[in-house]
Write a protein that binds this ligand. Structure first.
Ligand code: SF4
Ligand code: SF4
Length: 94
């Protein structure tokens, strides 16, 4: 399902062993194994480029430290109401 990405993932192809655990565990299915081989002769995981929610599940299930990095988008700051002026609009005249 297409949605606004809230995260992004990068894979270090030379650290990835191509086990596919991240591909299987990603809820929106936004990871895949690349057709190319890395130095280990494995097909490394890669981000399809859309729909990552930044949940981090792929990071936690990956057995190779440093193979996968998850970035989360910063939540937009909510607009704040203007601060109340002490005394109201006639305060300066008093
Ligand atoms: S952070 Fe979550 S949504 Fe993004 S690629 Fe990893 S498992 Fe998939
Ligand atoms: S879980 Fe880690 S080692 Fe396995 S394919 Fe994904 S990034 Fe590569």
């Amino acid at each position: 399902m297409a949605g606004q990405a809230r995260g992004k993932v990068t894979v270090d192809v030379e650290e990835c062993k191509g086990c596919g655990l991240c591909v299987e565990s990603c809820p929106p299915k936004c990871l895949e194994l690349a057709p190319e081989l890395n130095a280990y002769g494995a097909h490394p995981a890669r981000y399809t480029g859309h729909d990552c929610t930044g949940c981090g599940i792929c990071f936690y299930c990956c057995p190779e430290p440093g193979a996968i990095t998850v970035y989360r988008m910063k939540a937009k700051a909510k607009a704040l109401a203007p601060a109340p002026v002490p005394g109201g609009e006639h305060a300066a005249a008093l």
